[in-house]
Design a protein around this ligand. Structure first.
Ligand code: SF4
Length: 333
């Protein structure tokens, strides 16, 4: 194994630090659930306006940072590699991946109706997803059943994490046992994308695959979500979001066909556009939540757009797949 940025002797220490971070993540999740029940207003404000807005930026830098410490991944890995768990089949992954996409599209607009304001309801939903992660970990090896299949955050990790700026090793699978044959994001971000797009990635019809539909609809999904209002009837919010997705999808199809955009170019541009839209629209909410002025809002917008521009410039270069910094925090196998 090649030497990393840190000396060989510190690697066990790095592994210990990652393990500690993983259990801190679980402890924070327990604290989050308690806060959502007993101090919902403050907890919701911190969750939606401080913690969650950081995640897309970390995915652009590298999804591995989050995947190494995600508390749901820690839970799904707990019972893994038991005699009762098995290798997941391709068909099951394909179905679970589509279910994950549907969950994302259903759960995010539900923030407007309940999750942004109802702490106990959100706590119950997070608890249910945690149980799902545990059950998936019991049924299938490693992260095959949850993190690489049904997790509703996975499509966003794939979209933003397609061209990471840093290389951070997966510290959960030492060594990889190839628990899934379909697109493990921890093994290779580009293979993950290729697998999820399937053979149609080489045609002009790439946007008609499930992941292509998601990527093409996602900018409109984000804009429509932010234009909706908390407390609006759920039907109104879902109709608004659906409208945004359709407009976005149709526009992408027309543009992709006009310019004969390949999947590689299209998905990269859509990742940058989605991340840019997200930070443009989330900035006012973040600053309002903490009583900060417009100067901070513009700082968030400018900083995030700079990150997205840098990410896009890297991604569209010939060797855009190569991370900016190699061998960050490597772990000995
Ligand atoms: S790195 Fe290997 S063992 Fe770990 S989740 Fe991916 S395919 Fe499974």
């Amino acid at each position: 194994m090649t030497a990393g940025l840190l000396p060989q002797s510190t690697r066990p220490l790095q592994l210990t630090l990652w393990r500690t971070a993983q259990w801190i993540g679980v402890a924070l999740t327990v604290a989050l659930l308690a806060g959502l029940v007993w101090s919902p207003e403050l907890t919701l404000r911190l969750l939606w306006n401080a913690a969650i807005p950081v995640l897309p930026a970390t995915f652009l830098v590298t999804p591995q940072l989050w995947r190494n410490v995600c508390p749901l991944a820690t839970l799904t890995m707990l019972p893994s590699d038991r005699p009762s768990s098995r290798k997941i089949t391709e068909g099951t992954v394909r179905t679970a991946t589509v279910i994950g996409l549907v969950l994302l599209v259903v759960l995010v607009p539900a923030r407007r109706a309940v999750f942004n304001t109802d702490g106990p309801f959100l706590a119950t939903t997070i608890g249910a997803v945690a149980v799902l992660a545990l059950v998936a970990g019991m049924a299938y090896h490693r992260k095959a059943g949850f993190c690489n299949a049904i997790c509703p955050v996975l499509p966003v990790e794939r979209l933003y994490g397609q061209r990471p700026l840093l290389k951070v090793q997966n510290v959960r699978c030492l060594p990889c046992i190839q628990c899934t044959d379909r697109g493990c994001l921890d093994r290779s971000h580009l293979d993950s994308l290729r697998t999820v797009l399937g053979p149609r990635r080489n045609t002009i019809d790439w946007m008609f695959t499930p992941f292509g539909i998601f990527a093409a609809s996602f900018p409109g999904f984000i804009v429509a979500y932010f234009l909706a209002h908390d407390g609006a009837p759920a039907v109104t919010t879902y109709m608004q979001v659906l409208q945004g997705m359709v407009i976005s999808f149709v526009a992408v199809v027309l543009l992709a066909r006009t310019f004969r955009a390949t999947a590689s170019t299209g998905i990269t541009l859509l990742g940058a556009l989605s991340a840019g839209c997200y930070y443009w629209f989330v900035a006012p909410g973040v600053t309002n939540a903490f009583g900060l002025g417009p100067a901070v809002m513009w700082c968030i917008r400018i900083a995030s757009l700079a990150l997205v521009t840098f990410w896009l410039a890297r991604a569209t270069r010939g060797n855009g797949a190569a991370p900016v910094v190699e061998r960050v925090l490597p772990i000995a196998r």
